[in-house]
Write a protein that binds this ligand. Structure first.
Ligand code: IMP
Ligand code: MG
Length: 182
């Protein structure tokens, strides 16, 4: 794996597509075991979580449905702290188990805000699956139930994660290369 450059910033390889695929299979097996016979609604948080949600959803070996919401809080490499629901959840949620699927939990504010909205819709259960988790950046009172990889608070791209809309299509995950950008 080679380094990549976007918007003049250099990123180095961090998590390979093979590692990602392996971890998604493990999480899918956990969810399948827990939700067999319960038909969970998988809620994919657009845009970043779509590759993770697609792979996770296909790896589930139980009945499940999928829905999409779009939230937005980032500009460039910094969280703006303001969370907007650009596309809301329209599927019936009342009385059903819901698993929210995110690409990354950083400050946790996006998830905290969305979970508050979601709970008002009276699901029977809410769990959170995130591909990446930066616990050192966490500023909200939330705890993901399924975590792909726990990572330090560095800026990353690839496998759905973007830099101003770019790099989502990278198969592997890359981290900002501080030495190359110094
Ligand atoms: P939070 O509200 O700070 O937890 O931010 C969550 C959202 O910010 C995620 O859904 C991502 O879209 C974006 N985000 C957080 N960290 C990164 C990163 O390292 N790279 C790209 N996007 C990120
Ligand atoms: Mg996101």
């Amino acid at each position: 794996m080679k380094k990549v450059t976007y918007n003049g910033l250099t990123f180095k390889p961090f998590i390979s597509s093979q590692q990602i695929a392996q971890r998604i299979e493990e999480i899918a097996a956990d969810i399948t075991r827990k939700y067999s016979g319960r038909n969970p609604l998988i809620v994919c948080v657009l845009n970043g979580a779509f590759p993770f949600a697609a792979d996770l959803f296909r790896a589930l070996d139980c009945d499940a449905e999928i829905a999409f919401v779009r939230l937005s809080s980032y500009a460039g490499t910094e969280s703006t702290g303001e969370v907007r629901q650009v596309v809301g959840l329209t599927d019936p949620v009342e009385g059903r188990p819901v698993i929210v699927v995110e690409d990354i939990i950083d400050t946790g504010r996006t998830m905290e805000k969305f979970l508050a909205d979601l709970r008002r819709m009276n699901p029977s259960d809410v769990e959170v699956a995130t591909l990446l988790f930066k616990p050192e950046s966490l500023k909200a009172d939330i705890k993901p139930d399924y975590v792909g990889f726990t990572i330090p608070p560095a800026f990353i791209i690839g496998f759905g994660l973007d830099l101003d809309g770019k790099a989502r299509n990278l198969k592997d995950i890359y981290v900002l290369d501080d030495e190359a950008n110094a």
